[in-house]
Design a protein. Structure first.
Lengths: 265, 150, 264
């Protein structure tokens, strides 16, 4: 009796592993397929524009507001920590470095996963549920090229732009708090920052991170939409999976990328 | 959303992104347009750098006039050799002295230059003779105790 | 009588369940073929096997001389330009207008100038009676209208074979009559081959030239509508004439009533 229960448990785990493997395999094949942007369909640029609008322009409000607040909070908290060492003049560089290296790419990616990622999954899942993707296939149009690829490229272009804007707003928001509210000398805020922020080191690496995040988040969003069971429950499950997995992936990748960038593994 | 509006808003979005990047480059990271041919190089040897790093600033009378380009170890004399890039429009006399100083309480090291009274000027690839190593706290205490015990 | 398509000894199973069991049937050119059967017998699966969206476990699917399961992805897409499938829900693209939906295949597969596309689209919409609705969005249409637009869309590229997946299900009598008329007219006027999958017996029989009846993965009847109506098979009779009880029993298998309800 015990043995049977044990065997069943192992079989369950084994199945789970196989399923995960199968899932990863499907996702990988999917990714390669989506990357293709072959000939045979019209006006691809217009479609890309539409996606950049949907994913990027429409995400602006949340990203800009979030950036502003994150920057302001960083300045506030940073000031109170640094003041204990008498180094409150360094708050500028603290805000800038935190934003450019970490908060900018990560928070923007998380917001993107929640807003744009879930929208993508729901949209594609719904298309699958109402058989629009099937209809397209039967009409001889590859839904990968027409629907998926523009969305993937749209995401890859959009997220780095959003990240940069997030950081800028955060830094200026921090400046406002530091200079107007906390009384730091305007010159010190910016001078200290400029002295310690390296374009190649901090800004560029932040953008590189956001590119990696963009690929992963968008790919997961599209994949889960395409893979969803065509019922309302299925779509809701898929949307949740996108947000959860994308968020975790961003955080995990952030750690790996940071380790690589700082120490060289 | 008409096609025209779509193009305009996406274009604006991308332009804003580029603008943000430019702001980051200039205002935030202080990227300057100093090309390589606007600096000349000088060397200086120090016994102890104690925390001076590459890209540390070099200042004269408090004005940043250059950056540390590279740091190497001379294995014959066992001293640190610092290569510095100085702005071309800053002339330095041959008896200029270089000291490693600490900026602020957080201990960022930089090189401070002090010009002398010589007529001759340093040229590219010259070496600054008069150098003062970084002050290491332990040595200072050691000196103090030593002199005290006398 | 030439066959446009043929299923040869086809078997297909999904999740371990045998859905189609060694089925052979012929789709003659230029005629309307109806495939009837209770819900869930795999009629939709049949259509997807013909269009190559599914691969059979054994047997073959031949469309215009080509063996569908062995086509490469590109060849398959080329073949599909000559086929059309009308989905049960119409499956219109919700982010495009009616006009754009019908114009879809024309834009994707041809390089016709815009004014020609416009004329073709309007003509197609005219043939299904919806030319005036060209600027509506799919969400603004009723179910019946959506299906008619989908029909116009399927006809846009002048296909050779058109397949209808449960076209009559859930339609009011007027829409039903319209669809029935359209399917027959379109087939004759455009010299198409039509395959119609349904469980609405009377409607399907009224326009079909040839009928196949599927049940539990096997064919239980085939022939012309008249032939099939005069069948002796109890299974077939029950389905065709809607008898409540027969080979497909009314009661789910259970113990005798007396045992369960009355005290022992």
């Amino acid at each position: 009796m015990m043995v049977k229960a044990l065997v069943n448990r192992v079989r369950f785990i084994g199945n789970g592993m196989l399923n995960i493997s199968a899932g990863v395999g499907r996702a990988a094949w999917f990714f390669i397929h989506v990357l293709s942007w072959g000939s045979g369909f019209k006006a691809p640029f217009k479609r890309l524009l539409q996606q950049v609008y949907q994913l990027g322009v429409l995400s602006l409000p949340i990203v800009l507001v979030a950036g502003l607040f994150v920057g302001m909070v960083l300045a506030l908290q940073g000031y109170h920590i640094l003041v204990g060492y008498g180094s409150q003049e360094a708050v500028g560089q603290m805000v800038a470095l935190s934003l450019l290296r970490e908060f900018g790419p990560v928070v923007t990616a998380l917001l993107f996963a929640g807003r744009a990622g879930s929208a993508l999954t729901a949209e594609i899942g719904l298309m699958k549920a109402t058989e629009q993707l099937s209809a397209m296939e039967i009409m001889g149009v590859d839904p990968f090229k027409r629907i998926m690829a523009p969305r993937l490229w749209g995401g890859v272009i959009t997220l780095p732009i959003l990240t940069v804007m997030f950081s800028v707003l955060g830094i200026y928001g921090g400046a406002f708090v530091a200079v107007e509210v906390l009384g730091i000398y305007d010159g010190s805020y910016w001078a200290n920052m400029q002295n310690s922020v390296e374009f190649n080191e901090d800004v560029v690496k932040g953008v590189v991170k956001s590119l990696v995040f963009a690929v992963v988040v968008t790919w997961l969003a599209i994949f889960h939409g395409w893979n969803a069971t065509p019922t309302s429950q299925g779509i809701s499950r898929a949307t949740t999976a996108t947000v959860v997995q994308a968020s975790l992936a961003v955080l995990a990748l952030d750690f790996i990328l940071t380790a690589v960038m700082l120490g060289g593994f | 959303m008409t096609s025209k509006n779509l193009e305009i808003s996406v274009g604006a979005f991308v332009l804003a992104g580029i603008l943000a990047l430019v702001v980051l480059a200039l205002n935030v990271s202080g990227l300057s347009y100093r090309a390589d041919d606007q600096s000349y190089y000088l060397f200086a040897r120090f016994e102890n750098l104690a925390g001076l790093s590459e890209r540390a600033k070099i200042s004269l009378s408090g004005v940043t006039i250059g950056r540390v380009v590279s740091i190497t170890l001379d294995t014959e004399d066992y001293v640190a050799v610092v290569k510095m890039a100085i702005d071309k429009d800053v002339p330095l006399t041959t008896d200029t002295s270089a000291s490693i100083l600490t900026a602020g309480l957080l201990g960022e090291k930089y090189i401070g230059l002090s010009v002398g009274a010589d007529d001759e000027l340093l040229i590219n690839a010259d070496e600054i003779e008069d150098t003062q190593s970084s002050i290491v706290l332990e040595e200072l205490i050691g000196q103090f105790l030593f002199s005290r015990s006398e | 009588m030439e066959n446009f398509a043929e299923l040869v000894d086809l078997s297909f199973s999904r999740d371990g369940r045998l859905i189609l069991d060694h089925i052979s049937l012929q789709i003659p050119k230029g005629k309307v073929t109806a495939i009837l059967g209770p819900s869930g017998t795999g009629k939709t699966t049949l259509l997807r096997l013909i269009s190559g969206q599914l691969k059979p476990d054994s047997g073959d699917v031949i469309v215009d001389g080509l063996s569908v399961p062995s086509l490469s992805r590109n060849d398959l897409f080329t073949l599909r330009k000559r086929l059309s499938l009308l989905f049960q829900t119409g499956a219109l693209f919700t982010d495009m207008s009616v006009f754009e939906n019908v114009a879809f295949s024309l834009r994707e597969h041809t390089r016709l100038p815009e004014h020609m596309i416009r004329d073709l689209v309007l003509l197609r919409l005219q043939s299904v009676g919806l030319r005036g609705a060209a600027h509506h969005m799919p969400s603004e249409l009723s179910g019946g209208m959506a299906r008619r637009v989908a029909l116009a869309r399927s006809l846009a590229l002048d296909p050779e074979l058109i397949m209808y997946d449960e076209p009559f299900t859930g339609q009011d009598p007027i829409s039903m009559a319209v669809l029935v008329k359209l399917i027959r007219n379109v087939n004759d006027l455009l010299s198409l081959t039509s395959v119609l999958v349904s469980h609405d017996v009377e409607e399907a029989l009224s326009i079909a030239d040839q009928v196949y009846v599927l049940s539990h993965g096997r064919l239980i009847g085939e022939g012309t509508p008249e032939h099939v109506r005069q069948t002796d098979s109890p299974e077939l009779k029950q389905f065709l004439f809607g008898h409540v009880d027969g080979p497909v029993s009314f009661h789910y298998p259970s113990k005798p009533l007396a045992q369960e309800v009355l005290p022992l």
